[in-house]
Ligand binder design. Structure first.
Ligand code: NAD
Length: 486
């Protein structure tokens, strides 16, 4: 099929690449010249594991093209997918300006019989609204369908190739048949059974928002349990095992941490609250989820400020992890941003590391903080390390290596991703989420800490990887006495 995908962000580019490798002729369109020029040169505007290879495959097969000329692309297409952003507006509702602008351009050029498919997450009633925009502009009726996207950044390719379901919101059988035909190869090759759920567009729109709100609810619930655990002396990680082994509850999206989890959740929760208000309803549960998510962003900053008794002036603080979650460069709704703002305001010297999100964060904070490509360089002489994203390369960080680089042995683990037991047997003060902190009473004098064996102390090109002969074995170290936690 001949397909145009409008928007080359996290959803549009993945969608376009997947349709292309399945043998469709796909043109991906964006109004951002720089993004399209980069894509034409084989450079991706976003980081998503596996996407670069998939885009390359589509391009090499002659099935995937990039342009800024939406009208020319739409004029050649049987299907036009719109996957532009729908951020929240100042009132909390979804801002549909980009969607409407894209629909107007499509209306000017779309051939007879072609179908417009909304992939963006949109409020109930948007399908009808966009159909009217197109009809008013073109003077004729065009079929508009809804096909909400459920991918997660970081695992987007796998999510799209092996979806739990495909939702098609259509008004007539012809549109349903065309979209089912498009998805048939994907459904056939998926590793799990994948139901194709055909419904009316309004139900499809609601399905997407309701799914995100449910997932946001799960995360805010376990965050609240974590906060209670901390105050009442329970360990949320044990409690989580206890709850999530119940099949009715499950493990997915049930990990406490420094925020609400996904970058889209807050805006989608607020969009549904706003729609409820518009029809005179008060979505009390969603309001509570939104409040809980906002409050959760303060959990790590509160611990940091508490530890330093509010005095961070001149303190050198390392922050590991800036993206809202691992395996993405997306920083929308990332709790690290809230934390960094507060650290800067309090006069701290902030040194940050992230494997993929540095450039996006540089656009926010400019010269106000120091950026490092090497996580150990970020750590050098710091008075505390704060982990805000559970990137694989942080998990398993060895306290003895951290201690080697740091001035003071203090760690705030905003994702419960480090090995707590290691910190219990080291000279660190270690704060996590939903667990009592580990406090130490006596530090190893820094000069007595040996360089650990086989562990890179630095990984930058300027200062190549260093390993040293002797490793401290934990049973040979003179560990400080641990005090029971306060
Ligand atoms: P994004 O911001 O990464 O990408 C949107 C792209 O659309 C940008 O590149 C922008 O330049 C382009 N654009 C805007 N207006 C345009 C126009 N008129 N013509 C051409 N291009 C235009 O957004 P995203 O994260 O891919 O999200 C897109 C939609 O999908 C949103 O509604 C979002 O809620 C939904 N969604 C996102 C995810 C996710 O994990 N990111 C998952 C499921 C659904």
């Amino acid at each position: 099929m001949k397909i145009t995908v409008v928007g080359t962000g996290y959803v549009g580019l993945v969608t376009g690449a997947i349709f292309a490798i399945q043998g469709n002729d796909v043109i991906c369109v964006d109004l951002d010249d720089a993004k399209i020029e980069d894509l034409k040169r084989g450079k991706l505007p976003i980081y998503e594991p596996g996407l670069e290879e998939m885009v390359e495959l589509g391009v090499n097969q002659g099935c995937l093209y990039f342009t800024t000329d939406l009208k020319a692309a739409a004029a050649e297409s049987e299907l036009v997918f719109i996957a532009v952003g729908t951020p929240q507006n100042e009132l909390g509702a979804a801002n549909l300006d980009d969607l409407i602008a894209a629909a107007e351009s499509v209306a000017d050029a779309i051939p007879k019989g072609a179908i417009v498919v909304i992939k963006s997450s949109v409020p109930v009633g948007t399908n009808a609204k966009i159909a009217k925009v197109i009809e008013d502009r073109s003077g004729r009726r065009v079929d508009v369908a809804n096909n909400p996207e459920f991918l997660k950044e970081g695992t987007a390719i796998d999510d799209c190739l092996n979806p739990d379901r495909i939702v098609l919101g259509v008004r007539n059988k012809r549109v349903g048949d065309v979209l089912q035909k498009l998805y048939a190869p994907l459904v056939a090759s998926a590793q799990r059974p994948c139901p194709v759920l055909v419904m009316d567009p309004e139900s499809a729109e609601m399905t997407k928002y309701a799914a995100n709100c449910m997932l946001a609810l799960k995360i805010s619930f376990i965050n609240e349990v974590a906060n209670l655990c901390e105050s009442l002396g329970a360990d949320v990680e044990r409690v989580r095992e206890g709850i999530s082994s119940d099949r009715r509850i499950g493990r997915e999206f049930f990990k406490p941490g420094a925020s609400s989890g996904e970058s889209c959740f807050p805006k989608d929760v607020r969009a549904l609250i706003s729609q409820a208000n518009a029809v005179g309803l008060e979505a009390k549960m969603l309001i509570a989820v939104d409040d809980a998510n906002e409050r959760q962003k303060q959990v790590v900053p509160r611990k940091v400020f508490g530890h330093f008794e509010g005095d961070l002036q001149g303190k050198r603080i390392a922050v590991w992890g800036l993206a809202f979650k691992p395996a993405t460069d997306d920083i929308r709704e990332a709790p690290a941003l809230t934390l960094i703002e507060q650290l800067i305001a309090s006069g701290a010297e902030v040194h940050v590391h992230d494997p993929e999100a540095i450039e996006n964060v540089r656009n926010v904070f400019g010269d106000a903080i120091v950026y490092h490509n090497d996580k150990y360089q970020a750590l050098k002489n710091s008075q505390a390390l704060i982990v805000m994203t559970d990137w694989q390369e942080y998990i398993g960080a060895d306290p003895s290596v951290l201690r080697w680089h740091m001035q003071d042995p203090v760690v705030f683990d905003g994702r419960n991703c480090l090995n707590r037991e290691w910190f219990e047997f080291s000279s660190f003060t270690y704060y996590s989420v939903g667990q009592a902190p580990v406090r130490f009473v006596r530090d190893w004098p820094k000069h007595s800490v040996q360089k650990p064996l086989g562990i890179p102390l630095t990984t930058t090109a300027e200062s190549p990887m260093t390993t040293v002969p002797e490793s401290p074995r934990t049973d040979q170290l003179n560990f400080p006495v641990l005090l029971p936690c306060a």
